[in-house]
Write a protein that binds this ligand. Sequence first.
Ligand code: NDP
Ligand code: 8X3
Length: 257
Amino acid sequence: KNRLSGKVALITGATSGIGKACAEKFAKLGMKLILTGRRENMLVQLKDHLKEKYNSDVYILTLDARDGKKVKATIESLPEEWKSIDILVNNAGLALGLDKLYLNSLEDIDTVIDTNIKGILYTINAVVPLMLKRNITATIINVGSVAGDAAYAGGAVYCATKAAVKVLSDGLRIDLVDTNIKVTDIKPGLVETNFSVVRFKGDTKRAENVYKGIEPLTAEDIADTIVYVANLPDNVHIAEMTVLCKNQADGRTIYKK
Ligand code: NDP
Ligand code: 8X3
């Protein structure tokens, strides 16, 4: 049953990977989409593609998730019909490097913490009041990670941000327990997207190696999970979902052939 047709979803980080795949699947189900990311040309391309393929209504917000004031002001000044956000997917995020904690540059630490933690908090801060005003059933899906369950070598900063996503999701779920807004933390394992290319700052060979000898998840696999959660009946509230590829048992136990 399609409960999503005609509803509005806001997806952060829709220019690539999981966010982009999610936009495609939501569009196919007849949703109206607000898509954010820093790369405006990619957002325009995606908007044109979704318009042509599904005749979708897409509203683009070129936004850096780290810019709290702009995130809040931009979402608050959306045209009235676009303020009726039913599904929020907090997906924008990244890792930088795979170094020991004390070898990370201060700049990289700030970028990862500010995007993965503050970015979600800023978006929630702007969107939840709009949802509450309408007193509707809504779902907030935060893209955490199995990396938030336990640290792995070289992942201290990134893993800490994803642990924060779990805890802030838990806190928000408590805050909203007396409302019709549900909060889900989706925790993927290894997904082959642009994630590792970004992590290794354009070193595509090193990025490809991450997924050699395993069968990683695809962005579409995680988008399917997000659609599943977004499309649940009102009474079903999934707090957390861990989605691994078949060659991994947890964030640090990976079997490579
Ligand atoms: P991609 O690199 O393919 O996509 C990341 C998206 O995040 C891009 O659309 C990018 O857009 C956006 N983004 C990054 N920084 C910012 C910013 N400052 N402001 C706005 N948008 C930003 O990676 P994935 O699709 O894999 O990653 C999506 C999410 O999934 C992340 O939160 C990641 O941590 C999480 N995840 C990924 C896993 C994996 O193995 N790939 C596993 C578990 C979780 P732009 O550059 O245009 O701003
Ligand atoms: C991303 C998955 O294990 O590559 O959250 O860090 S991993």
